[in-house]
Design a protein around this ligand. Structure first.
Ligand SMILES: Cc1cc2nc3c(=O)[nH]c(=O)nc-3n(C[C@H](O)[C@H](O)[C@H](O)COP(=O)(O)OP(=O)(O)OC[C@H]3O[C@@H](n4cnc5c(N)ncnc54)[C@H](O)[C@@H]3O)c2cc1C
Length: 430
């Protein structure tokens, strides 16, 4: 009975109509997730002549790349914003070719407050450079906190900026090898229309079925059967791009279970947290030029970074990361907006609070289809990335930012990972 319903809905033995795409019979490949990696996997597989369907749990494509234009009346990147390693980023040329406006912007600190005292920003930048070298030189895969010097207030600020606000985990949860093997991400660009808009543009026209969470993948017979609430679909291979947080949650069941090394790898690359708290500011710029990078560094990992008024708009985009990011995400939007507003007051005086007309909190911690911001291998577990990259039974492949080599944690890296997974599928199916 259930099987009949599935067949009717998703074309197990018939024809599936998926938005613009129409597919007769079973596809070669099901891609789970229409974020950056899923879009790349689908494009690459299609270009190789494979028949593809993308199943996406959310009501939109893009995943953690999403530009919201409604909340503030101007583009706000809820997820990724910087095109990292822009000279080798698959989105850079695409954005330029399609009329998007890019602007170079590194995130070296320009204004720093240590506690409530303004302090020379270059001291924190230099301390971060030294810390970066020390972590990268660590001979063993241990927690970065064991090799980073955070004994001074400047060192602590540098550690919070490098750990929580960049890698999305505090230094005691940052693997030295994970950090050392990540590429230097310069040059970095921002996009006036939003990075999420570029990714959504890149995904246009693909055969994506929205609002279709994958619940189970059966790989006990030939190929794989992908089960959703709307029915099942059989394919020769599956590429899963869901985050490690989603995988660890058990939202996708596997029959039979995934091999133990794969399960362990998922557990060893948990999600970190970076939350944005954009504040809309009226009639006030606090003497800051557009794009100024500001750090309010407090003791006890309570740091708040602001990207000031990007593209001369009216947003001070606050960021918190690591444990503080999780904590404020759990506390909710009102508490987070209050926290960020208080940060402005500490730096610019009590009048600053009156200029905040609206605020928001990004929802990546509570979104069941992300369950975090981006993944960071646990100390001592750097090898898990390689373990997760291994295909299962020559038909289940993983892709996404967690498997992006030197470009881990990035949207461009996720794209490259999706491309690589699709090429691997093509090789196996051939
Ligand atoms: C706050 C924040 C700031 C960031 N800043 C930057 C930045 O400046 N620059 C940068 O390069 N990167 C940044 N990133 C990281 C970047 O956004 C991600 O690395 C990248 O977008 C991940 O792409 P992905 O395809 O691997 O995963 P996702 O974008 O998560 O795509 C996976 C998709 O799978 C879907 N899915 C999950 N489970 C299921 C299921 N069971 N069935 C069907 N579909 C499912 C999800 O809904 C999602 O759409 C940031 C991320 C966050 C959260």
């Amino acid at each position: 009975m259930m099987l009949t319903r599935r067949a009717a809905l998703l074309g197990l033995a018939g024809t599936a109509t998926l938005g613009a795409a129409r597919l007769s019979g079973d596809p070669d490949l099901v891609v789970v997730g229409a974020g950056s990696a899923g879009i790349a996997a689908a494009r690459t597989a299609q270009a190789a002549g494979l028949r593809v369907i993308v199943l996406e749990a959310m009501d939109r494509i893009g995943g953690r790349a999403f530009t919201d234009t409604a909340t503030f009346g101007s583009p706000f990147d809820v997820g990724c914003a910087w095109l990292h390693k822009a000279d080798d980023n698959p989105y850079t040329a695409y954005a330029r070719d399609n009329g998007f406006t890019l602007r170079a912007h590194e995130y070296d600190l320009e204004r720093v407050w240590l506690g409530s005292a303004p302090s020379p920003a270059h001291l924190v930048n230099e301390a971060e450079d030294a810390m970066s070298e020390a972590i990268s030189a660590a001979p063993e895969d241990v927690a970065a906190s064991l090799v980073a010097d955070v004994s001074t207030q400047v060192g602590e600020a540098a550690g919070d900026y490098l750990g929580a606000l960049d890698m999305a985990v505090d230094l005691d949860e940052l693997s030295t090898f994970d950090y050392a093997n990540a590429d230097d991400l310069a040059p970095n660009f921002l996009c006036a229309q939003g990075y999420g808009s570029i990714v959504a543009h890149r995904g246009r026209g693909l055969p994506v079925r929205l609002d279709t969470p994958v619940r189970r993948i059966r790989w006990d017979g030939p190929g794989a059967v992908v089960e959703t609430d709307a029915g099942s679909i059989r394919a020769r291979a599956v590429i899963i791009t869901a985050s490690t947080g989603v995988l660890a949650s058990g939202a996708i069941r596997f029959t039979p279970d995934l091999p133990v090394p794969t399960q362990e790898a998922v557990a060893d690359i948990p999600m970190g947290m970076l939350a944005k708290i954009p504040l809309q500011i009226r009639d006030q710029r606090f003497g800051l030029e557009p794009f100024t990078d500001v750090l309010l560094a407090r003791r006890g990992r309570r740091d708040l970074y602001f990207l000031s008024f990007p593209f001369a708009g009216d947003l001070m985009v606050g960021f918190v990361g690591g444990d503080l990011g999780w904590e404020l995400s759990a506390a909710g939007e009102a508490a987070a907006v209050d926290f960020a507003t208080q940060g402005l007051v500490e730096m610019f005086g009590s009048d600053a609070a009156r200029s905040v007309v609206k605020g928001a909190l990004t929802p990546w911690a509570s979104n069941p289809w992300t369950r975090g911001a981006y993944a960071a291998a646990s100390p001592g577990r750097y090898g898990a990335r390689e373990a997760l990259a291994r295909p299962v039974g020559d038909r289940i492949f993983f892709a996404g930012e967690a498997l992006a080599g030197g470009l881990i944690q990035t949207c461009g890296g996720a794209y490259r990972s999706g491309e690589a997974a699709a090429r691997a599928v093509r090789a196996v199916l051939a």
